[in-house]
Design a protein around this ligand. Structure first.
Ligand code: CMC
Length: 436
């Protein structure tokens, strides 16, 4: 970051002396006012619940221009990455800052493939869960448990440990998600097949059984790979910030990523893909497209807590570029599978059309986000609705680990310790129980 020529001056109407605060430029995007010395100089904190105006760190990984609807990984537009690169290239880019050439890609892919199996004992840990446990409950447990199995990569201050933990996490997430699925349907776990692509191997572990040969459908493989690319990173979102905050205490990388998985689960974040599909199915059950108007009235009613899931975003005040790409993939997959007339896809298009013209959505700049179409694609591929968020976690793991490693390498990093505006009782004395 570069110190700007200008500075910010904070003045007070009660006569307290004003303070000058340094301003920094990034390479693109809003400048920041450095308030780190504010408390020492004024005895005051800033107040910004929800981080509406707060940059929590400096980062060189992902940039979003929410007004333009632009998303860049390491400077490359998501549209170009989704069209020209696969997930392994994207992982290399996010982790190391550059797109690999043919040899570097092969070496990276081989390295990841070498770590796709999980310790056999993980199966017994998994078996402790109820069969009907939510996959995200299982994933939170399994990812956290990795630290109990890979003792040689738990020192976050050791660059070699961080490196191997990153590779292990990227390699093992598909295995864990597929194991959680197989466990829920009572089928045998399928071991990874390292001659398949990252997405192809995941499909094999999900859908193959030991009884029959399984052939990966290339259209679905490509669609899944694109889902992974589109979800790989997204700047300082809630789960990434959780990973950073958790990791800032010096905890091991597996524990920090498990915290990210837990945060992602919520319906305002990664859980929105599951919630969105459930919403579409509910509307379909109520009567489908003919009930869209009625549903939208509920969404707009401030007394109902109904939201149009898959719509709106804290940063995008324009069409989420990932949603456009996802809509494209949705059409491709449905056509390839002969599901062009899929009623949920038609319903989603009808909802989108109404929302994009409706004053409520237009005035609030609410557009479809990545979760609006991803559920329809995943459902068509044969992934159960309850597993959608786990797929998101699988894909986001590379972003989490890249951001965590970036933070540890940042000389300005400190343990994250927000402060508060206290609104509880001031000091009072404890009375004996008989007098309370
Ligand atoms: N449906 C109806 N109204 C909405 C929606 C929606 N999906 N999203 C925002 N609004 C309204 C909100 O009620 C508020 O209205 P008003 O100004 O009258 O009070 C206004 O738009 C601003 O919303 P906000 O809640 O202040 O915005 P936020 O930045 O705090 O929340 C959000 C962002 C993503 C949590 C929210 O838009 C939302 O809950 N969307 C649905 C869930 C969803 O699709 N989440 C996935 C996000 S993208 C993937 C990811 O990050 O994981």
């Amino acid at each position: 970051m570069k110190l700007a020529d200008n500075k910010a001056t904070l003045s007070f109407s009660n006569g307290s002396p004003s303070v000058d605060l340094p301003v920094y430029h990034g390479n693109v995007g809003p400048d920041v006012v450095d308030i780190r010395k504010l408390y020492a100089q004024t005895g005051m904190f800033t107040y910004d619940p929800g981080f509406l105006s707060t940059a929590s760190c400096q980062s060189a990984i992902t940039y979003i221009d929410g007004d333009k609807g632009e998303l860049l990984y390491r400077g490359y537009p998501i549209e170009q990455l989704a069209t020209n690169c696969d997930f392994m290239e994207t992982c290399h880019l996010l982790l190391y800052g550059n797109l690999p050439d043919v040899a570097a890609k092969a070496a990276f892919t081989k390295r990841v493939s070498n770590h796709t199996m999980v310790n056999e004992q993980m199966q017994f840990f998994l078996r402790g869960f109820r069969r009907d446990a939510h996959p995200m409950a299982i994933m939170t447990g399994l990812v956290g448990a990795l630290s109990a199995f890979y003792h040689d990569s738990t020192d976050i201050n050791n660059p070699e440990h961080r490196e191997i933990a990153a590779i292990r996490l990227i390699a093992k997430m598909p295995t864990l998600v597929a194991m959680a699925y197989k466990y829920s349907v009572g089928q045998p776990f399928m071991y990874p097949k390292n001659n398949l692509s990252y997405a192809g191997n995941f499909m094999h572990m999900m859908f193959a059984t030991p009884c029959e040969e399984y052939v990966v459908n290339p259209v679905i493989e490509r669609a899944l790979d694109r889902i992974f690319v589109l979800h790989a990173d997204h700047e300082q979102n809630a789960s990434t910030s959780t990973v950073r905050l958790c990791g800032s205490s010096g905890t091991n990388p597996f524990a920090a990523i498990a915290a990210g998985v837990a945060c992602l689960w919520g319906p305002a974040h990664g859980g929105a893909n599951e919630a969105c599909l459930n919403m579409l199915e509910d509307i379909q059950r109520m009567g489908g497209i003919s009930k869209v108007g009625q549903f939208m009235e509920q969404v707009k009613d401030k007394n109902s807590s109904v939201k149009l899931m898959g719509f709106g975003h804290r940063v995008y005040k324009n069409y989420d570029p990932r949603a456009k790409l996802m809509q494209e993939t949705c059409k491709e997959v449905l056509t390839a599978l002969g599901l062009e007339n899929d009623p949920l896809f038609k319903l989603a298009m009808a909802l989108e059309k109404i929302a994009l013209e409706d004053e409520y959505f237009v005035s609030r700049k609410l557009y479809p986000n990545v979760d609006f179409y991803s559920g329809i694609v995943q459902r068509a591929i044969g992934i159960p609705v309850s597993l959608f968020t786990a797929i998101f976690a699988l894909a986001r793991t590379v972003g989490w680990i890249a951001q965590l490693n970036e933070m540890i390498g940042d000389p300005e990093y400190k343990i994250g310790r927000p402060r508060q505006l206290f609104t509880g009782s001031v000091r009072r004395e404890v009375q004996p129980i008989s007098k309370r």
